[in-house]
Design a binder for this molecule. Structure first.
Ligand SMILES: [Zn+2]
Length: 379
């Protein structure tokens, strides 16, 4: 993880980088920040920078032997400890090491996720996730082995607040007198829950929540959503990137199932297996959405139809859709040819435009529905 992959937070990055450049690398540091902040990403980027063989002014080089292993989260001197429980796959004596594969994919997917998402990924089935005392023994053992190749051996402990007391006590000594060239980076969401004996041995780095603008930039670089949705998610997230992503995907999820149901309704209207009364219910539901959401809904539909066109042209290996969408697109592209799919997409575009121009939403929706139903008739 590079500093540049973390949006904003320029002054913290500068402080950390300057410290390394001036040879002030405290061996035990705690990165404290709320959920959805960059504390974990920042700790990894920092360890990467400390070990980079060709440090740049503002970031690691990203290319040297150390960086390339760090970027894959697979450096032999980079160690992670995090909370876990027993799971179906690891029913006995779990350790952080047993979940390393899941951990790497967790971080690669989105390093701003929270503990319950982690629990879900490893299949903890709502059992409490903790760092048990056995893990502390592993930490001591791992650090007593000489480092393989890195300048610093890094031990990153995610959520030390989940450590059992015995575990926390067990690492106190090594935290105070670590082996040469060892970097202890604790990453917490709840600094007030860290026992004082640990806190007093660590240097504190406070990572604030992201600004709304930083969240927006992060989303914009990764998600194909319109400005308003991005802005809305960034605004509602209160600096929590993880929350912003879930708001964004939730909206998409709702549009998804609604669009599928609507297309089914159009098809049933054509088949005359649906009644106008169903349509009326739909019109009511649609008219209760905000103007933005009505517009977004039509635009989302266009997006799915474009996927259907790609599907017709190439087969499914080229399109990136979740399985439930893919099966919908498959069925949909069986009943309509490319020309008609394109026509419907154009219609949705027009309808979104009309909504924006304050057209009556009930009439627009009804009109669009009849138009799409009539398309099924066309061979
Ligand atoms: Zn490097």
């Amino acid at each position: 993880m590079l500093f540049s992959s973390i949006p904003g937070l320029t002054s913290i990055k500068q402080t950390l980088i300057k410290g390394v450049q001036n040879n002030h690398v405290a061996h035990a540091q705690i990165f404290a920040g709320p959920e959805g902040s960059a504390n974990l990403a920042m700790a990894i980027a920092y360890a990467c920078y400390v070990n980079c063989e060709n440090k740049q002014q503002l970031d690691s080089c990203g290319l040297c032997a150390s960086c390339s292993k760090y970027l894959k989260l697979a450096h032999p001197d980079l160690h992670f400890v995090f909370p876990y429980s027993t799971t179906k796959l690891v029913p006995k004596d779990p350790t952080s090491g047993a979940f390393l594969k899941e951990w790497r994919s967790f971080l690669t997917n989105n390093p701003y996720q929270n503990l319950s998402q982690w629990g879900e990924l490893i299949g903890s089935e709502n059992k409490p996730l903790i760092i048990p005392v056995e893990e502390a023994r592993h930490i001591i053992k791992t650090l007593s082995v000489k480092s393989f190749e890195a300048r610093y051996k890094s031990m990153i402990i995610w959520l030390p607040e989940t450590m059992r007391h015995e575990a926390a006590n067990a690492i106190l000594k090594i935290l105070e007198e670590p082996p040469q060239k060892t970097l202890f980076l604790l990453v917490t969401h709840a600094i007030d829950k860290i026992i004082p004996t640990i806190l007093s041995r660590t240097q504190k780095i406070i990572v604030p929540p992201f600004t709304q603008e930083e969240v927006y930039q992060y989303l914009k670089a990764r998600y194909d959503a319109d400005e308003k949705q991005l802005n809305n998610a960034a605004y509602l997230s209160e600096g929590n990137v993880n929350e912003a992503i879930s708001i964004l995907l939730q909206t998409e999820h709702e549009y998804r199932s609604m669009f599928r149901d609507w297309m089914r309704l159009c098809y049933m209207l054509y088949k005359k297996t649906s009644h106008l009364i169903d349509l009326n219910e739909w019109v009511e539901t649609f008219s209760k959405l905000s103007k933005d959401n009505q517009k977004n809904f039509f635009q989302f539909g266009m997006h799915i139809l474009r996927e259907a066109l790609v599907y017709k042209a190439t087969g499914h290996q080229l399109i990136k859709l979740p399985p439930e969408d893919l099966s919908f697109v498959e069925k949909f592209s069986q009943v309509l040819n490319e020309y008609l799919i394109e026509k419907i997409a154009q219609k949705l575009n027009e309808s979104a435009y009309h909504i924006e121009r304050n057209a009556n939403s009930k009439i627009t929706f009804m009109h669009t529905t009849f138009y799409i139903a009539s398309m099924f008739k066309t061979p």
